[in-house]
Design a protein around this ligand. Structure first.
Ligand code: SF4
Length: 441
């Protein structure tokens, strides 16, 4: 049964049977009942508890929806925001071949536009004084699903390098980020960009040497890690920008800083054409095959990611792996056990500079966007509660079980735990799983 049908049926039932409730109370109940029916794939109003008073009714529904977390988390941890499904906002594969391109007159756009034109048909090319002014105007009411049809090409003027904002109350891994662009063409269902991006196209910054100059000026007292995969995939547009070659050759001669390309793409030709160097690492986000094909739309397939890792290692590159976000499904143990086994059948522990793990997480407003874009997905069916940093996460005990399981499995392949870290987790979790935050990049 489609989620939208469940939604309509629940909406009509609540309106007629609980008409005495105020708007906000009706919305809370509507969400809980919808999520219960969706999770169990069945509409059955007879299972609802008897209404005596609102607080008791709500508590009983929360207990049905969150049987594990209900025991450990206060009521305010359960997200009960308005449910808002709309047929028009459902994600569909965007088969596009033509793109609009807006370039800033003073940027080095010529080569980039030339390479873009070899991949897409350019429908329009506008040269403007300031791309930021154009973005401001054209971004009103944009549809996130169509962002790939437009490119903005410009020079970044201020925002060159910054410390990763991580998340509040977390142990930070000391990462620094450079944003060489903004926007990603992939459609991972869980992607925080779907709730964050406020630009109606993909931004590509051309002035790579200004970024590298800023990095050179940094005062480095201990080994730093810098990466470019926060607001976009580090490599997906590398065949258009060619940034990777310049980055590699810059870092090759720089002590004290490790650079990380973080990707789910197979655009590694420029890297393979360079001589490997110790302080440049190419990392892949890996999930089990089922999860890649079910939730990571448009990304390079599971097998291809493993093959890319293997190819990079064979050519002498150092690689890293992120199990992130780890997604809880009924058979998650089997899926992740197989995934780890596959990983170590393609490459060996000694070739991996680090492995990170992080479970699914996002802010509550992103949950509403995921529901709208992927209403029938099972991604959100398991329990997620508002946790220490205001993000929705799996309950603590489940996360702990997941991390212990990942650790136990990577240890089987002799992967050293001083090269393993948790992404965006608090100190309580590190302590519980007996990990010490002593990163060795
Ligand atoms: S690859 Fe990363 S940035 Fe791109 S859609 Fe997936 S999660 Fe988002």
């Amino acid at each position: 049964m489609k989620a939208i049908e469940i939604y309509k049926s629940v909406n009509s039932y609540i309106s007629s049977n609980y008409s005495f409730l105020g708007l906000n109370k009706k919305r809370e109940i509507e969400r809980l009942v919808f999520e219960i029916f969706k999770k169990y794939k069945k509409i059955d109003f007879s299972i609802l508890p008897k209404y005596i008073n609102y607080e008791q009714f709500k508590r009983q529904l929360i207990k049905m929806r969150y049987p594990i977390s209900y025991k450990y988390y206060p009521l305010k941890s359960f997200f009960l925001g308005k449910l808002d499904l709309d047929d028009d906002e459902i994600w569909k594969e965007d088969e596009f071949f033509e793109v609009d391109v807006v370039v800033e007159k003073n940027s080095n756009f010529i080569d980039i536009v030339d390479r873009l034109s070899k991949i897409y048909k350019i429908k329009s090319l506008n040269v403007v004084d300031s791309v930021k002014n154009v973005i401001k105007e054209s971004t009103k009411n944009f549809n996130y699903n169509y962002r790939k049809r437009k490119f903005y090409i410009l020079d970044e003027k201020f925002d060159f390098i910054k410390s990763c904002p991580c998340t509040s109350n977390c142990i930070s891994c000391g990462y620094f980020i450079i944003n060489l662009g903004f926007g990603c063409p992939f459609d991972c269902e869980y992607c925080y960009l779907s709730g964050y991006q406020n630009v109606d196209g993909i931004i590509i910054n051309t002035n790579i040497y200004d970024y590298l100059k800023k990095i050179r000026e940094m005062k480095v007292s201990s080994l730093l890690r810098v990466g470019s995969g926060e607001f976009t995939d580090s490599l997906v547009y590398d065949n258009i920008t060619n940034h990777s070659s310049k980055i590699i050759n810059f870092f090759r001669n720089l002590d004290g800083i490790v650079f990380e390309f973080k990707t789910k793409s197979d655009v590694i030709d420029n890297i393979l054409n360079e001589k490997p160097c110790e302080n440049v690492v190419i990392s892949y986000s890996i999930n089990p095959q089922y999860i890649c094909s079910e939730f990571e739309h448009g990304c390079t397939t599971y097998k291809k990611r493993l093959e890319c890792l293997e190819k990079l290692v064979k050519c002498g590159w150092k690689v890293a792996v992120h199990f992130d976000p780890i997604i809880y499904l009924d058979n998650w143990k089997k899926l992740y056990r197989e995934c780890i086994s596959d990983l170590f059948s393609f490459i060996s522990a000694k070739d991996i500079r680090w492995i990170s793990a992080g479970t699914l997480r996002f802010y509550p407003h992103t949950k509403k966007i995921i529901e709208k874009r992927f209403p029938d997905s099972i991604l959100l069916d398991f329990e997620m509660v508002i946790d220490f940093d205001g993000k929705l996460r799996y309950p603590f005990l489940i996360r702990k079980e997941i991390y212990n399981f990942i650790i136990e499995n990577i240890k089987k392949y002799n992967f050293p735990l001083d090269k393993f870290y948790l992404c965006m987790e608090n100190s309580k979790m590190w302590k519980e799983i007996s990990l010490s935050p002593s990163f060795k990049w």
